[in-house]
Write a protein that binds this ligand. Sequence first.
Ligand SMILES: NC(=O)c1ccc[n+]([C@@H]2O[C@H](COP(=O)([O-])OP(=O)(O)OC[C@H]3O[C@@H](n4cnc5c(N)ncnc54)[C@H](OP(=O)(O)O)[C@@H]3O)[C@@H](O)[C@H]2O)c1
Length: 271
Amino acid sequence: MLKDKKLAVLGAGKLGETLIRGLLEADVITIDNVMVTAGHQPRLDLLKERFGVKGTLSNPAAAEGADIILLSVKPQTVPLVVSEISDVLRPSQLLISVAASVSTAFIEKHLASPVPVIRAMPNTPCMLNKGMTGISPGKNASKEHTELAKFIFDSVGRTIVADEKHMDAITGLSASGPAFIYIIIESLAEAGVKVGLPRDIATELAAQTVVGAGSMVLETAEHPAKLKDSVTTPAGCTIDGILELEEGGLRVTLIKAVVKATHRAKELLET
Ligand SMILES: NC(=O)c1ccc[n+]([C@@H]2O[C@H](COP(=O)([O-])OP(=O)(O)OC[C@H]3O[C@@H](n4cnc5c(N)ncnc54)[C@H](OP(=O)(O)O)[C@@H]3O)[C@@H](O)[C@H]2O)c1
């Protein structure tokens, strides 16, 4: 579906590189069909060294020759790059933007022709094919375009197609989420050290516990509260731990973290 398509990654920074790596590992793209751009030559040199990928500092040149254009510059740089590529893009291409905060309507408004646009919000575990991506089609994107975008992000993890009104919330939950979970893992590992475990063992125990608990939620489709109840024996040790979590306000803190990140996601285009 993708191997014979030409892909341009405009702004191949951290996320662009993550996606290239994930797609290569999933064996769904051919590096010879990929062209990357960046703001500065050293970035292109680094990507050439890492992947042998072709690069240019010209966004229009990269976009013109591609079937699929992945826009992965910072939200504040999107208006500039969209204005640069506006005249070269054609309705036969597909533009996928992973920029937080930038709506498909904004991009469509600044393009010279009715190019199909899809907004996607992946997260960094895409690097290990364990990503979570929300996808939302713009007004010119067909079912086939959405399927193609879904295929791309399915190859690096799970994908959901969502109404665009939810994209800032997806940004605040699953795109920012890995950072929140790393803090939880770090804290659990610290706790392990406090109760006498060597740090490397404590970190492995904590990380695999997060992986296992996440898999239980996804694979059993049980409500997390029910799964929690099944670990909690009357007068056992887990309930004592839960009491501490509730007293420390873990739930409210996590809810507020996602709410704040969602609000911030709405502002990124302007600031
Ligand atoms: N990081 C995440 O977890 C994540 C998750 C979901 C979505 N996103 C979205 O992905 C986008 C990129 O984020 P990031 O973390 O990958 O940022 P990043 O590492 O700063 O990458 C941005 C890249 O854009 C390049 N660039 C700057 N100006 C350019 C221009 N005029 N033309 C072409 N390229 C240009 C930069 O090149 P130089 O390095 O040469 O300056 C840099 O490599 C953002 O819109 C963000 O909202 C990120």
